[in-house]
Design a protein around this ligand. Structure first.
Ligand code: GMT
Length: 375
């Protein structure tokens, strides 16, 4: 059955926005009518897509208010779009504020809207520790018609932190396999002055402190002392200056390239031999999945949902948070053993297709939508 689906998320760079947008695109391909209700055009919505509509949440700054009323404007917009387009449901990404806005919108239109909330981590693992927000997060979860989280670990953490009895179903993240695949990039390697005999280690994040990018740099310092290699750092964020300073201090400036935010991630991954994702909090780690789809093994920390994505000793390695020696040892073993690397690389691609395939995940969401609408 064709559904009319609203989607609200933070549209800027970030895993939750990426996931929400890719989901919307694939739902539209399946014939559903998809309405994005966001503060700007989601950055992955980079051309015209049939069945996709965009409604801007235009937040005004009134001098009488100390803060711009984003939440209230979003709630009004969801109500308006839902009524005008007769939406069957709104799928919001984040309990706070987006589920709260949807609950308000639902009340504004006489409760005629089903709400699905997907938890991505930051809303729980950061905000859930704040006693002033815990009650409202629980309210958002309890009042949603269906709640999903992106890993089993996040389901457990939510139950522990927020103390809700609501059923929360794990629906893993996915990537678009037509985009994330190994590509021919010899010309690019030349552009980045990467020689044939050197290995490429990559890290992609928003450089927030939870990503522990300094651990990535320290690990790489150990790796490059044993294996000729270059580190590509992709992204931007608050820790960037500290990371730059550390690179200088360790005397590895000539081995590290800072590339800032990038659009064509699959190409950069296709030049790489290994990804490092050493976060202290990570509900899933979508970048790890993107790497695996391009045949790049990942060494990750044992934080959050990362061990559900990486199979230790098969598609990469899992090391305790902050244990640099473990990362260096595993990385050197992978980068110096071609047979092991090829095996891990093909297991990574296989795992993405078997466990995290977009067909499977989008069908799962569709089933949950239908179940929610029947109830
Ligand atoms: O990782 C971030 O800081 C961004 C954040 C977000 O909300 O966009 O990512 C979260 O959602 C992603 C998509 O589900 C997950 O892959 C990330 O692991 C998760 N980040 C954290 O839990 C820190």
């Amino acid at each position: 059955m064709k559904l009319r689906i609203g989607i609200s998320c933070y549209p800027t760079v970030g895993g939750s926005g990426v996931l929400a947008t890719e989901l919307g695109k694939l739902l539209a391909e399946r014939g559903h009518e998809v309405h994005f209700i966001t503060s700007s055009v989601p950055f992955r919505l980079d051309r015209v897509y049939p069945n996709i509509y965009y409604h801007e949440v235009d937040v005004n700054q009134y001098s009488v208010f100390q803060y711009p009323p984003y939440d209230l404007t979003l709630a009004s917009k969801i109500a308006e779009v839902a009524k005008r387009n007769q939406l069957d449901l709104i799928h919001v990404h984040y309990a706070v504020p987006h589920a709260i806005c949807a609950i308000l919108a639902k009340q504004m239109i006489d409760n005629k809207l089903k709400i699905m909330t997907t938890l991505h981590g930051t809303d729980i693992t950061v905000l859930g520790y704040d006693p002033s927000l815990r009650e409202i997060i629980r309210f958002a979860i309890d009042k949603s018609d269906c709640v999903t989280a992106v890993s089993n670990n996040l389901v457990e953490q939510t139950k522990d932190l927020v103390r809700t009895n609501k059923e929360i179903e794990t629906v893993y993240n996915f990537i678009d396999e037509r985009v994330y695949m190994k590509k021919e990039v010899e010309h690019l390697k030349k552009h980045y002055e990467l020689s044939q005999d050197e290995k490429v280690v990559i890290h992609i994040s928003n450089f927030r402190p939870v990503k522990r990018v300094c651990d990535v740099v320290k690990s790489f310092a150990g790796i490059q002392a044993k294996v000729k290699s270059t580190l590509l750092l992709i992204g931007n964020g608050p820790d960037l200056p500290v990371v730059r300073q550390l690179v200088k201090q360790l005397g590895i400036d000539d081995r590290v390239q800072f590339l800032g935010n990038q659009k064509h991630i699959a190409e950069l991954l296709s030049m790489s031999d290994l990804m490092l994702l050493l976060s202290e909090k990570e509900s899933f780690g979508l970048v790890a999945l993107e790497a695996m789809a391009c045949g790049v093994p990942v060494i990750g920390s044992n934080a959050g949902g990362i061990p559900e994505v990486i199979v230790d000793g098969e598609t990469g390695y899992v090391c305790p948070v902050g244990e640099i020696d473990c990362v260096v040892e595993k990385a050197v073993s992978l980068l110096t053993d071609d047979e092991q690397h090829n095996r891990f690389s093909s297991h990574s691609v296989k795992r993405v297709h078997q466990v995290f395939h977009s067909e499977r995940v989008v069908s799962h969401y569709e089933q949950l939508y239908n179940k929610m609408l029947e109830s």
